[in-house]
Ligand binder design. Structure first.
Ligand code: ASP
Ligand code: MG
Length: 413
C-alpha cells in the first residue's frame, strides 16, 4: 500500500478537540488507501514547561535526565492520538522512539538520527495496522538512553521516517497554511508560495523562518523527500499548502523567492589587529571554542600592517564573544586596540535559486535600500542568498522595500 507520513505540530494537538481534528485528517488519508505514519509533537507549551521543570530542579542538569523528562510530552500525544483513531475504528497503535527503534547518536538534547529499522512497524502494517503513531523528537542512544533531537525536532523525525519508509510524501501540518514570501506580520502583501526548492527552504529555515527545523530540510534535500507544509485548521486539497521539492519541479523561477530577517543580531568589531597570516584563525578559533555562532565576517583593508575585523553573531552571544576575545588577548594570542559591539542591528536577506541565472540581483537590492535611506553595514552573499546587516529600527521598512522591489506580491508561485 502507498504510505504517507503526516506530522502534527504542537498547536495541532494542543487539546483533545484538536487531536480529534487531526485524527479526522488521518482518517481521510486511510480511506483514500494510504497506510499512514503519524508523527506527533507535544501539546503546545508542554515542552517549554518540561524544560522549565528540569532547570528549576537542577541548573547544571544531567543531559540524559533532561531528555528523559522533555521527551515525555510526545509520549502523551502519541498515546492519545492512537486512542482517538481507535475510537474512529481505525487500527492504530502508538510507538515511542525506543520501541521502533529510532536509533540516534548519544549527543543528548541535540542527537542525530542514525537509523530507523523498518521491521517492527512493517510487521504491524502486514498484520493490518493502518496507522503507526510515533512520538516525534525522540530516539534511543547506543547506550540505551532516551535522546531528543533539539527543539523543533519532530519535523526531523517526520522526514527521517518518510525517507526510511519510502513515503509518497511527508505532510507537515501546522498553524499556518504554508511558506510565505516573507513574514505576513511585517508585510501584509506577503504571498503563500505553491512550491519552494529545498535549497531555498534550507536558507529560509536557517535564517530563522520557524516553519521547519533546519535539519529536517537538510534531510529532505538529501533523500529527496517531497515535503508539504499545510494548515491543520483548514480543509485541504491536493494543491493546498507549500510543496518543498527539487528545483526541477519548479517551472517559473523568479530571481528572488523570499525575504527573510533576523532581529537578534549583533555586530562586533576588533579595531586595529595585526594583519598577519593566522590572525583570522587566532580570532575565530577561540570564538568557536566558546560556542559563538559567527555568521558574517569582514576584514578591512590594512594600513601599516594593521586592520579592523568585523563579524556578526546572535545578540545573546555578545558577552560570551567578548569574554573569549579578552581571554585570547590576555593570553597574548591576539592583540587589538578596541572591541566595539553594536547590538542594535538586524539582518535582512533575499533568497532565490533564480539568482544563479538572473544578473543584477544585488544591485536591485542595494538600490531599494538606498531609496529608503537605509545604510548597509555588512554584506555577504552566497550563490542563492544576499544578506545585509542594517540598523534594527529599519528592519520592517527594509523587508517591505525588498518585497516590493522584487515584485514578490504578484510573482508566479
Ligand atoms: N516538542 C518539541 C519542541 O517543542 C519538538 C517539536 O515540537 O518539534 O521543541
Ligand atoms: Mg515546529
Amino acid at each position: 500500500m502507498p504510505l504517507l507520513v503526516m506530522k502534527f505540530g504542537g498547536t495541532s494537538v494542543a487539546d483533545l478537540a484538536r487531536i480529534r481534528n487531526a485524527a479526522e485528517k488521518v482518517k481521510r488519508e486511510v480511506e483514500r488507501g494510504y497506510d499512514v505514519i503519524v508523527i506527533v509533537s507535544a501539546m503546545s507549551g508542554r515542552t517549554n514547561e518540561l524544560v522549565g521543570w528540569v532547570e528549576q530542579t537542577s541548573p547544571l542538569f544531567d543531559a540524559r535526565e533532561y531528555d528523559a523528562v522533555v521527551s515525555s510530552g510526545e509520549n502523551v500525544t502519541a498515546g492519545l492520538m492512537a486512542l482517538t483513531l481507535q475510537e474512529m475504528e481505525i487500527p492504530a497503535r502508538s510507538w515511542q522512539g525506543w520501541q521502533v527503534p529510532v536509533m540516534t547518536t548519544s549527543a543528548h538534547s541535540a542527537a542525530r538520527i542514525e537509523d530507523i529499522p523498518r521491521a517492527n512497524i512493517d510487521a504491524k502494517f502486514a498484520e493490518g495496522m493502518r496507522v503507526a503513531v510515533v512520538a516525534g523528537f525522540q530516539g534511543v542512544s547506543p547506550e540505551g538512553r532516551i535522546t531528543t533531537l533539539g527543539r523543533g525536532g519532530s519535523d526531523t523525525t517526520a522526514v527521517a521516517f518518510a525517507a526510511a519508509f519510502d513515503a509518497e510524501r511527508c505532510d507537515i501540518y501546522t498553524d499556518v497554511d504554508g511558506v510565505y514570501t516573507t513574514d505576513p506580520r511585517i508585510e501584509d502583501k506577503a504571498r503563500k508560495l505553491d512550491k519552494i526548492a529545498f535549497e531555498e527552504m534550507l536558507e529560509l529555515a536557517s535564517l530563522g523562518a520557524k516553519v521547519l527545523q533546519t535539519r529536517s530540510v537538510e534531510l529532505a534535500m538529501r533523500y529527496k523527500v517531497r515535503l508539504r507544509v499545510l494548515s491543520s485548521f483548514e480543509e485541504n486539497t491536493e494543491n493546498s499548502g507549500t510543496l518543498v521539492c527539487d528545483e526541477e519541479e519548479i517551472m517559473e523561477q523568479n530571481a528572488v523567492s523570499g525575504v527573510a530577517y533576523s532581529r537578534d543580531e549583533a555586530k562586533m568589531t576588533l579595531i586595529s589587529v595585526a594583519d598577519r597570516p593566522g590572525i583570522a584563525a587566532a580570532i575565530f578559533g577561540p570564538l568557536a571554542e566558546a560556542g559563538v555562532n559567527v555568521d558574517m565576517i569582514v576584514q578591512n583593508i590594512s594600513e601599516e600592517g594593521r586592520t579592523d575585523m568585523t563579524f556578526s553573531c546572535p545578540v545573546n552571544q555578545v558577552a560570551r564573544a567578548e569574554d573569549a576575545l579578552k581571554k585570547a588577548k590576555a593570553a597574548g594570542e591576539i592583540n587589538y586596540h578596541g572591541l566595539v559591539a553594536d547590538t542594535d542591528v538586524a539582518k535582512v536577506s533575499v533568497v532565490g535559486i533564480g539568482m544563479r541565472s538572473h544578473a543584477g540581483v544585488a544591485n536591485r537590492m542595494f538600490d531599494a535600500l538606498a531609496r529608503e535611506g537605509i545604510n548597509i553595514k555588512v554584506i555577504t552573499t552566497s550563490e542563492i542568498k544576499i544578506s545585509v546587516l542594517i540598523d534594527r529600527k529599519y528592519m520592517e521598512l527594509a523587508v517591505q522595500a525588498l518585497h516590493d522591489a522584487f515584485g514578490l506580491e504578484n510573482a508566479a508561485g
